[in-house]
Design a protein around this ligand. Sequence first.
Ligand code: NZQ
Ligand code: ZN
Length: 388
Amino acid sequence: MLGTFSYTNPTKLYFGEDALDSLPRELARYGDRVLLAYGGGSIKKTGLYDEVRGILEAAGKEVFEVPGVMPNPTVEKLYAGCTVARDNDVDLILAVGGGSVVDYAKAVSVSAWCDEDPWEKYYARLEEPDNRIIPVGSVLTMTGTGSEMNGGSVITNRATKQKIGHVFGEEVFPKFAILNPRLTFTVPRYQMVAGIFDVMSHILEQYFSGDDDNTSDYLAEGLMRSLVHSSRIAAVDPEDYEARSNIMWTSAWALNTLIAKGKSTDWMVHMIGQAIGAYTDTTHGMTLSAISPAYYRLVMPYGLPKFARFATAVWDVDASGKTDEETAAEGLEHMEDWMRELGLVMNISELGVTDDMIDGIADGSFVMDGGYHVLDRDEIVAVLEASK
Ligand code: NZQ
Ligand code: ZN
């Protein structure tokens, strides 16, 4: 039975090939001082940087920059961005890039005017903001995280080997997001498929929980079917606009809080994935793909009816004459075949995880209790060992 909840999503989306035309309208809502945050240079190569600078200048904005936001943004980079934002008293942070840049912009937005150490307050202690928050807008260049339409912000502390996500409330969601699927055509194939699996994982983390009849699960199944279908087309032709549009749209809906409504949700794959990321600084989606098969095989017996439903509703497994165990196992095999087809990383060794890291990764994995089975430490180690 659905519990009680409230639902709102404050992010205004502009979707399509001309979405950037709406940027001036959004910029007009904020003051003149804009902090432009972007990554390691892809936007300069594609010409998007010049285009966005041109729009900002035409809008009469004074622009300050934080370039070089790295994948898995670090706490040191956060401190540096806070200094630029505070010293120049910026009115808006415009993130142009992938999830890392958008996550980073949210981190700076809550941290710039924080009078404590923002890592300690917002990431180590996961406290809610009680200081001035700088509004964030985004022009998304890579899909997967859903950061364009949620409050998530993941920061890595390499010194302490911690990668922690804070899911902030709606006051931290981007105020607007410009989604032009064409901007994703230049994403390297490795990142494209990692992003696709990130979307799948977000849906699975929410789907594999609860045993009630919940509209969210039907929505999740539809999103997964669309994702699998479009990913197969994009894998052959990354410039198929229809497929890339559907992936972009699915990505936003996979993690904008909608399909979590009325559900407890799991998130254990992400907790182990983040711990792997803290040790290896590898691509987020690949940390998830490397452990998902072992994780779901371990959890399947505890949520068998849902795994059997997953097999029939998402992978069209014919359940007639089969036990739930057989149907469910076939569903997972289909998922693994699809993952191999996309060329995802399927083991943690390929990510650089060595035996001496296993204990640290297990200790660094927050244990979640909303899925079908709460893992103990030995089981986390078992998932990691089976994923080598
Ligand atoms: O830095 P540049 O040069 O821009 O290159 C980036 C980067 O190397 C490149 N790229 C992005 N758009 C491109 C492009 N290259 C060519 N053409 C384009 N159009 O792709 C690389 C990866 O970018 P990144 O932003 O790191 O990827 P992603 O979007 O997967 O973000 C990953 C981060 O998001 C966090 C992850 O943990 C990780 O830190 N997550 C955020 C979540 C949220 N906010 O809710 C949830 C997720 O589960 C995830 O944890
Ligand atoms: Zn993710």
